[in-house]
Design a protein around this ligand. Structure first.
Ligand code: ZN
Length: 362
């Protein structure tokens, strides 16, 4: 007999997460502890519950200014090596406790230099934290592996430098590169040098595209820059027409994305906060899943969007009735799309994901 789908049973299911920001997933108590330890005095609350509420409310407010303020605080308390290591270790522990077996966690090293850390010190502190978190998870009987993606900020001009950093640390579990930050006014082609360098180095990258901004951003990311995956990519629905009789027509770009199996790193709860969708039930993930795009489910910012991988799956179950077979499909899609080796991906699919869902399916 199949196990009933609840938030608790979803936590037991093996899950894969490809789009999660390190500075968007801190524990509220850790924000408070690190503010005290590093002399950061701008936090709006000193109580962890009030702070948790404040982060969620600011991110829900619809105001970009308030949304960005949330990151000013998390980034503000992560300016020392010790802070970076702690946040990374807790990230791995929290994901493992939620049943995530493989995750790619991203951050922009250039944001953590306010107190003089070098880019190398930042990367090494975070990698130390991920290894520590994996070790602690293993001690509590949970298996997790974390790969790192280094982001460059679109509004700055450091993408070539950060791409080079990612390549230098690729044998230390830095598995790829991304660009993050405001989409409008900062098209992916501004960073063409970085993407050409990465391709010449046989390195992997994804690009935040098609979240706030539409099809041109997606088209540039894929056809000019060579992105292997799309961060969000929700606006690909602008190139899909559903007629009154239910028949569907895909434009050339949408066809290309589907035909080439380009993974969409979809983040439903986060998209509600940025206005890309008005409810989970109306989120394009439903249509894109029906049309069998290579859809993956992700958290984006667990603190700001007060979500986990399990709560995202639970929300999709509630909105669309997705069961274990659908959750396995999302999970295998994500694992196939990860930036680690083919043999390593297959091993996790065959040894962890399939047996995990087989047990739940009964
Ligand atoms: Zn993101």
């Amino acid at each position: 007999m199949s196990t009933p789908v609840t938030l608790d049973t979803i936590r037991l299911a093996p899950k894969v997460l490809l789009h999660d920001h390190l500075d968007g997933g801190l524990r509220p108590q850790t924000v408070i502890d690190l503010a005290r330890a590093t002399g950061y005095s701008d936090l709006p609350h000193e109580d962890p519950d009030e702070l948790r509420e404040w982060f969620a409310a600011a991110a829900d407010s619809g105001s970009l200014e308030r949304y960005l303020e949330t990151f000013a605080h998390t980034v503000g308390v992560m300016q020392t090596k010790e802070a970076l290591t702690r946040v990374a270790a807790e990230c791995a522990e929290d994901l493992a406790a939620d049943g995530v077996v493989y995750a790619e966690v991203r951050y922009a090293p250039e944001l953590f230099q306010e107190r003089g850390l070098t880019l190398e010190e930042i990367v090494e502190a975070v990698q130390d934290g991920f290894r520590e978190g994996e070790r602690r998870a293993a001690e509590s009987g949970k298996r997790i592996r974390i790969g790192t993606l280094l982001c460059a900020m679109r509004q700055n001009a450091r993408s070539a430098e950060i791409a080079n950093l990612a390549v230098r640390y690729r044998d230390a579990e830095v598995v790829g590169f991304d660009i993050a930050g405001p989409e409008a006014g900062y098209p992916p082609t501004r960073n063409l040098d970085a993407f050409e360098y990465l391709r010449q180095q046989n390195a992997h990258f994804t690009i935040h595209a098609g979240e706030a901004f539409g099809l041109p951003s997606i088209w540039e990311a894929i056809q000019h820059c060579g992105a292997e995956r799309l961060g969000h990519g929700v606006r690909i629905v602008d190139d899909i027409k559903v007629a009154e009789d239910g028949s569907v027509h895909l434009g050339r770009l949408a066809s290309y994305v589907r035909d080439r199996r380009i993974p969409l790193e979809m983040c439903p709860s986060s998209n509600l906060q940025t206005g890309a969708a008005s409810s989970i039930a109306e989120h394009p993930i439903g249509l894109l899943t029906t049309l069998r795009f290579r859809v993956t489910v992700n958290t984006d910012n667990r603190l700001m969007s007060h979500c986990t991988m399990s709560s995202e799956f639970a929300a999709l179950h509630e909105a669309f009735g997705y069961g274990w077979a659908d959750m396995q499909w999302f999970t295998v899609n994500a694992m196939k799309s990860a930036f680690i080796g083919f043999d390593e991906r297959l091993e996790i699919i065959n040894d962890v994901i399939k047996p995990g869902y087989a047990a739940l399916l009964g």
